[in-house]
Design a protein around this ligand. Structure first.
Ligand SMILES: [Zn+2]
Length: 429
């Protein structure tokens, strides 16, 4: 069987829309009654849940929230959950934290039946894991870092648990050789750097170590071309993974052509800055509404993630739309009018042996500048620092057509800037 939940995963578009409408209408009043931020925002906009009788009403009338509004509500009301919590604290099994990449971490209540659980199970099944399998579970901070693992046990998996910490990799590799898991969940840039270092100094053959692995899930940021090649050399099929606007996760399928957004768990929109829908294939902002979150649902949350959508059927047979992440709206830097995103830099920096880990930051006091300032982490030197900086700057000019200033720092200094799954790619200083 190709799908864990064939009926839902291949639900025809018209039925999927109907299911979303049913779930949305069933939850709006409950959310409005219990969620202080939504009540405040909807009252200010003069909209009541009873005004919403269809998906079209919702798209036309529902006001937006964003991260700043959540933080502002939190500070004004001394409410750690920013007004989003609707469940009683006694009913909340776990509170985790968002990664805080774009500011201070936000607490996220979650628990049994959270949208992340069916999402992870559908992905594991799709990769090829079945009941009785071991899976590695090296979770980072994603949406509270789903600390619960009992849902994996209930599905018949035995998780091998470890913090998302490269220092734990030697023990994890030993566990992989002992228990032969079918899934590596999850890899990230720092974990790939750690694995590469491990195999450089070990006599173990990575293909032998990973021979039971049917798929490695990679998240935090897009995987760089060099790490993609490395994973392939190790015999690991990589499945890119991303956050669906903090509602749940989203992973590639075997077609490796975009992330599937589970539309029974989240209502997703791609909108322009004025709130109008962006046609499929064009870039806009991901806006999400949780359809299955009894603790702290996000309702029309502007994520600031730049995405493209594709609603055409996927070759894997799933009907849920696919999307591509293009960066964070706030991460776009304009150098003399040319837009530069971190992923443009990644492919350049990793071409040099001294900076192959692609550890870098764009230093950007404001979005528009006339010089691209980069802080780049290096490990070892083949000539002088000045010569390396000049080689990188020359490549940046050649590929992107913008002038740059390169500041070199030891790679381990940059890695300390965590969170554990990535370093902030854009910084003010
Ligand atoms: Zn697919």
């Amino acid at each position: 069987m190709r799908y864990l939940d064939p009926q839902i995963e291949t639900l025809p578009r018209a039925e999927l829309d109907k299911l979303q409408e049913l779930r949305l209408l069933a939850m709006l009043q409950y959310v409005y009654d219990g969620n202080g931020l939504i009540r405040e925002v909807w009252d200010a906009a003069g909209v009541k849940p009873s005004d919403i009788k269809s998906l079209a009403d919702y798209r036309a009338k529902a006001p937006f929230i964003d991260k700043d509004m959540i933080r502002d509500y939190r500070d004004r009301n001394d409410d750690p959950c920013g007004g989003l919590r609707i469940a009683d604290y006694r009913d909340i099994p776990h509170v985790g934290f968002t990664s805080g990449t774009t500011g201070d971490p936000t607490p996220v209540p979650n628990g049994k039946g959270s949208a992340t659980e069916p999402e992870i199970l559908r992905e594991f099944w799709q990769i090829g894991a079945r009941g009785g399998d071991y899976v590695t579970y090296m979770m980072f901070t994603f949406r509270g870092g789903i600390n619960r693992t009992s849902f994996l046990n209930e599905a018949g998996f035995t998780p091998i648990l470890s913090p998302h910490d490269p220092a734990m990799l030697p023990q994890m590799i030993e566990a992989i050789e002992t228990y032969r898991p079918t899934i590596l969940y999850m890899l990230s840039t720092p974990m790939m750097i750690g694995l590469e270092k491990f195999f450089e100094t070990s006599d173990k053959d990575p293909r032998e170590v990973f021979k039971s692995v049917k798929g490695g899930v990679f998240g935090g940021e897009p995987m760089s071309p060099r790490f993609q090649k490395l994973a392939k050399d190790w015999g690991i099929e990589i499945f890119d993974y991303t956050s669906l606007g903090d509602v749940t996760g989203a992973m590639e399928c075997r077609a490796h052509n975009g992330f599937h957004a589970w539309e029974d768990l989240a209502l997703v929109e791609n909108l322009d800055p004025d709130g109008n829908p962006v046609p499929d294939g064009e870039m806009g902002e991901l806006v999400v509404t949780a359809l299955s979150d009894p603790w702290a649902p996000l309702v029309r949350f502007r994520t600031a993630d730049l995405v493209k959508f594709d609603r055409s059927p996927c070759s894997c047979g799933r009907t849920h739309l696919r999307f591509w992440t293009l960066g964070r709206a706030g991460d776009q830097t304009f150098i003399n009018g040319t837009a530069v995103l971190p992923r443009d830099i990644q492919a350049i920096v990793e071409q040099f042996p001294e900076t192959k880990a692609a550890l870098f930051q764009i230093i950007r006091p404001q979005a528009r500048m006339d010089l691209l300032r980069l802080r780049v982490g290096y490990d070892g030197l083949t000539d002088s620092q000045e010569a390396l900086a000049a080689r990188i700057a020359s490549k940046v000019t050649q590929v992107l057509g913008v002038p740059s200033d390169i500041e070199l720092v030891p790679a381990e200094e940059l890695l300390k800037l965590g969170p554990p799954q990535k370093i902030p790619r854009v910084t003010k200083s």
